[in-house]
Each structure stands twice: as C-alpha cells, then as structure tokens.
Design a protein around this ligand. Structure first.
Ligand code: MRU
Length: 368
C-alpha cells in the first residue's frame, strides 16, 4: 500500500540494522503516521497487547518477528529456554486470533532445524520474513478470487456503484499488505469497477473510523463512515449490495470470530437477503475447533475503552473524553462469533468455499 506515494508494509526489518523490527504505530492513526522501532521480544509483546500492531494477519507476522528478536537476545548457553519463554509470552498477549499461536509454532519448527544457535538465529530471520511475505501473497490472492463477486454485482447494477459494507479493519493495516476484506475491494477499484464502501465505525476502539477510513482514503476508494448501528437500516433500504468482513478465527465447521458487532451485521444481512462473505487467509483457520460459540476464546479488554472515546479536538490535540457518568461500570468483549449458517461463503487464498467442514476441506484437503 502507498502512503503519500511511498510503498509500505505494516512490518519490516530496518534497512540498515536487521536486528530492529519496524512497524507503523496504529495507535496514532489517523492523526499521525509514525514508525516505531522494536528491539526485543518484550517490545513486541507490548506492541501486540496495546494494539500498536493489531489485526489477525499482522499479529501473526508480529509474533514471527517477535520470535526472531528472541533468538537475537538469547545467549548461546540458554538459547532454548529463552526462546521457549518468549514463545509463551507472545502467545499470552491476545487470545482470539489464531494467527498468533500458528506463527509462534511455525517459528519454533523452523528454529528447531538449526544445529547451532547461529544457525537458529538465521533460520528465525528467514522464517519471519517468509511468514510476512506469505501473508501479503495470500491477501493478494484473496483479492484475485474475490474481485469476481464485485464485478458480477456491478454488471447487474449496469455500472452503478456497488455498495459494500465492512466492519472494523480487515484491511492492509490488519495484515502485512493488501488486507483480507479489502483485497477484493482494492482489486475491483484497480480494475475500474465503480464501488463505494460503508465503513462501520466499530466501537469501542473505532478501528473502522480511524484505520479503514484512513487506508481507503489513501487508496482513493469512495467510502462513507457510519455509526455501528446504521447497517440494518441501510440493508432494509437496498443500500448494501454485499457485506465483506475479515476474521480472527474460523473453525473447522465454519463459525467465524470477528470484531464485536459482526454477528449483528450477519443477522441483518440474512434478514435482508444481502450476501455476507468472510475473507481470511488459511493462517486464520483453527482446524482443531468446531463449535465457535462454545469454544473460541473471546478477549475481554479494559472497560476504559468503552467508557472513553479518543479523538482530535478543535485545537488539533488528540485527547480521550469520558462518555458516561463517573461511576458507570462497563464490560468490553472484543469479538463475537457469527455461526456458519449466516455466512454466504468464505473467501480464502485458495478460492471460495461454503462455511462448512465439507466446504473448507474441499479447499484444504490436507486437513482431512
Ligand atoms: O482487535 P483487532 O483490531 O486486532 O481486531 C481485528 C479486527 O480488526 C477485526 O476483527 C478484523 O475483521 C479481523 S483481523 C483481519
């Protein structure tokens, strides 16, 4: 993706010092575009936990680079114990997205192939880079498989803009590049198909307002920010042709964990006959789980994210304001689970499939 005409990924190794990982500070967007240096596994854990980096794919890539940083920090004498401890710390940062544990385990397997600590550090670097490259490539392929959905709707609308609703940020910023839900949108935009995106603000942290709106604007895609509760009304009035969301974890049976509020959009879409697609790379599947409502761990975050809203004031300063009485208690679940029956299809790097075990295994037969 380009920012101010320059191509960026969301995470990379510093050009003149490969012992440093650089990331875009997503806590500062959309008001500032800052790059942060991360030098240790603890830096990386903090960045994941406080959502300097966030989104399923980017959390996975960050975990990969976090393991690489751990191999640089580990002494030869205590290498295995230090790396194992780093893996446990990384896995504990956020519970819902599958990509985190998936990346940590993949790094472990790669590191274990090295005969000496020096070999292991080298292999860790290569594997972290491979995870990042693969994430970007898979998102690009999601776009190639998904663009037809938008092209078909455009043909049916005789060139009138296709209205797509998305929730939270499953965009470039949630991955290493391109994004999952945004991949077909960017591909269609590049193909010259007229489209417009309804961007759910996505309380409590407003990743739709602060991140999706920002990246769509960088890319020149027409979009409108809406309050989270507006989607049902728009669908009732024929103003949404298609919903595409991302996912943080998808079970073997096709249940989808995604940002809190996704389930309500899926219910409204079903009631109004609007197709509801979920875009994800294979690293987001949890092939070991079936019933997502019962079994996917749902992160509960600090209540202050519900009680306060952050934004830019008239003076240009960024500040948080309290929106409820001083003593009001709040709860803050980060994700919900949309049952497979409400999902029209899943969109992955290998193509489209039904949100069911049979559908998923038709694309991923090696998981039988
Ligand atoms: O809490 P976040 O910002 O890490 O949540 C992730 C999300 O933005 C969404 O749930 C997204 O649709 C899935 S991430 C590709």
């Amino acid at each position: 993706m380009k920012v101010g005409g320059k191509a960026y990924r969301t995470i990379w190794l510093k050009a003149d010092d490969e012992r440093v990982v650089q990331v875009i500070d997503q806590q500062k967007l959309p008001h500032a575009f800052d790059i942060l240096d991360l030098r240790s596994v603890d830096d990386m854990c903090r960045a994941i936990r406080d959502m300097t980096v966030r989104g399923a794919g980017l959390i996975g890539a960050s975990a990969g680079f976090g393991m690489y940083l751990a191999t640089l920090q580990a002494s030869d004498a205590n290498f295995d114990a230090f790396v194992a401890q780093a893996a446990a710390k990384l896995k504990a940062t956020r519970p819902t997205a599958s990509n985190l544990a998936w990346a940590v385990e993949r790094m472990h397997r790669a590191i274990d192939c090295g005969a000496t600590p020096a070999d292991r550090r080298h292999l860790a670097k290569l594997e972290a880079l491979a995870i990042a490259d693969e994430d970007a490539a898979h998102c690009r392929r999601i776009g190639e498989h998904g663009v037809g959905l938008i092209a078909d709707l455009a043909a049916r609308k005789h060139g009138a803009p296709v209205n797509i609703l998305t929730h939270c940020n499953a965009g470039w910023l949630a991955f290493v590049d391109v994004g999952s839900a945004t991949a077909p949108i960017y591909a269609a935009h590049e193909a010259g198909i007229a489209l417009h995106v309804w961007v759910d603000e996505t309380r409590p942290r407003n990743q739709g307002a602060s991140l999706t709106a920002w990246e769509l604007a960088q890319h020149g895609v027409a979009h409108t920010l809406i309050a989270d509760n507006a989607g049902g009304h728009l669908m009732q009035h024929g103003m949404v042709d298609l919903v595409i969301t991302g996912a943080d974890r998808v079970t073997r049976d096709g249940d989808v964990a995604n940002k809190i509020g996704t389930y309500l959009k899926a219910l409204a879409a079903r009631d109004n006959g609007v197709p509801f697609y979920v875009a994800l790379p294979s690293s987001t599947f949890d092939f070991g789980l079936r019933d997502g409502v019962a079994n996917i761990p749902i992160e509960e975050r600090d209540a202050s994210e519900v009680r306060f809203v952050a934004g830019k004031t008239d003076s240009g300063a960024v500040a948080a304001v309290q929106i409820c009485p001083d003593a009001t208690p709040a709860r803050n679940w980060g994700f919900d689970v949309t049952p497979a029956r409400l999902v029209t299809q899943l969109l992955c790097e290998r193509g489209l499939c039904d949100a069911s075990e049979a559908g998923i295994l038709s694309l991923f037969p090696e998981q039988r």
